[in-house]
Unconditional design. Structure first.
Length: 423
């Protein structure tokens, strides 16, 4: 049995074998995000219901539910020494729901299974991120984090041709809803590429283990409330978490909205919507690696600010673009750098701001904003169904454009953060 590792000081060098196994989980879970969240679920449910709002409301509620759980998940990672065990359970549940979605008939059942899958996917992130400090020294965490984000987009590039082939084959059988087999494919690939982490990355040692017989969940909930009450006394962490919340809220909307936006604003069919995700993913692979290097050289805060500004430019250009070529250029260049680098720099910036023994707890709070923000998602879903006279797909355009306000609020908060040792 592999002995758990402590994360108080971390290793004195990058443990590359474990780091690659850890990063492959980003490869795995981004396959789910791309095939299910960014593509199949929105198009499939609109075929069943004729509207966007049901899917986006379900997304928002699943984010809210997992957001309430994640801070507790961070405490569990710190106090039980079972981060990898919880990560395994959440991953298996998500994959099982994906498989079931492929055979579910009515829209309510598909959305119910998607709710559970998305809850488990997002809830797994605190356990996953809490393993990061045991893989490399602090000054090299940006490189490892960038490897994870970069491999994540590599996973998308790997999955898209497979998804395209499956969809074309299934459509050739005369099936009415050609997106249904993609859910099962995403579940299988997610599980397959999660195995290196399950097998090769050791469990964390609890930094503040609960006493035998103590009920961990009530204890964790009390600790979370204590942490939240103490945040105003730790202004840099508070500002970072608020800024990250607003920025990632807008990024979540971009991820969820891509497929319905491309289909309804520019008239792309499902195959072309899926294929255009490929160059974006390949570009983001490079952007993620570059973002990790930039965060190590120039500092995580400066890199995060540059990524947020880039994302704001992408939102403005894409929401106003009349030409699909302009949309694609902004989506790949500005959006690709912004999307991948916000995640890379954000992980490292949090590690720079909090004590090592509280990594899991603060990653739980961080992930509430990292992938669990819901304001922009719900607003986009409600606006997308609104028709404006004389403006084709005006609701979709407005739903995307309002994300600028979230990005602006996030950038202002991050700009005000004072990072120790930043030159």
């Amino acid at each position: 049995m592999t002995r758990p590792t402590a994360d108080r000081a971390g290793p004195d060098r990058v443990l590359w074998g474990r780091a690659v196994s850890w990063a492959l989980y980003d490869f795995a879970n981004t396959i789910y995000s791309a095939l299910v969240v960014s593509f199949a679920i929105t198009l499939h449910v609109k075929e069943l219901t004729g509207v966007e709002k049901f899917t986006f409301i379900t997304m928002g509620v699943s984010l809210l539910a997992s957001g309430l759980f994640l801070p507790v998940a961070g405490e569990l990672a710190d106090r039980t020494g079972s981060a990898k065990r919880w990560l395994t359970v959440m991953t298996l549940a998500c994959c099982a729901c994906c498989a079931a979605m492929s055979v579910a008939g009515p829209a309510w059942l598909v959305l119910g299974l998607f709710f559970v899958a998305n809850f488990c996917y997002n809830s797994s992130l605190a356990f996953y991120d809490s393993l990061l400090p045991s893989l490399a020294p602090r000054q090299k965490l940006g490189v490892v984090s960038g490897l994870g984000v970069g491999l994540g987009y590599g996973g998308v590039a790997f999955a898209l041709p497979i998804g395209y082939g499956i969809m074309r084959w299934y459509a050739g059988t005369g099936a009415l809803h050609k997106h249904t087999p993609l859910f099962a494919a995403a579940g299988v690939l997610f599980l397959l590429f999660s195995l290196p982490l399950f097998l090769n990355v050791p469990e964390r040692r609890a930094t503040k283990r609960a006493q035998p017989g103590a009920r961990v969940l009530p204890l964790a909930a009390r600790r979370v409330l204590t942490t939240l009450r103490a945040l105003p006394r730790h202004k840099p962490v508070l500002l970072f978490l608020l800024g990250n919340f607003f920025c990632v809220d807008a990024l979540n909307t971009g991820i969820f909205a891509y497929a319905p936006y491309a289909r309804n604003v520019f008239g792309l069919d499902s195959e072309r919507v899926l294929l255009w995700m490929l160059p974006f993913s390949l570009a983001a692979l490079g952007w993620g690696l570059l973002g990790g290097k930039l965060s190590d050289v120039f500092g995580a805060r400066r890199t995060l600010l540059s990524a947020g500004i880039s994302m704001m430019g992408a939102v403005i250009v894409c929401s106003l673009a009349r030409s699909f070529a302009v949309f694609v250029a902004a989506f790949i260049v500005l959006g690709g750098y912004g999307l991948s680098t916000v995640w890379v720099a954000g992980r490292k910036m949090l590690v720079e701001l909090v004590p090592p023994g509280q990594i899991g707890k603060y990653f739980g709070l961080y992930n509430v904003g990292h992938k669990l923000s819901m304001i922009g998602v719900v607003v986009f879903g409600l606006l997308a169904d609104v028709e404006f006279a004389g403006i084709p797909a005006g609701g979709y355009r407005l739903g995307l454009l309002v994300q600028v306000f979230l990005l602006g609020a996030g950038l202002l908060c991050i700009y005000k953060v004072e990072v120790p040792d930043e030159g």
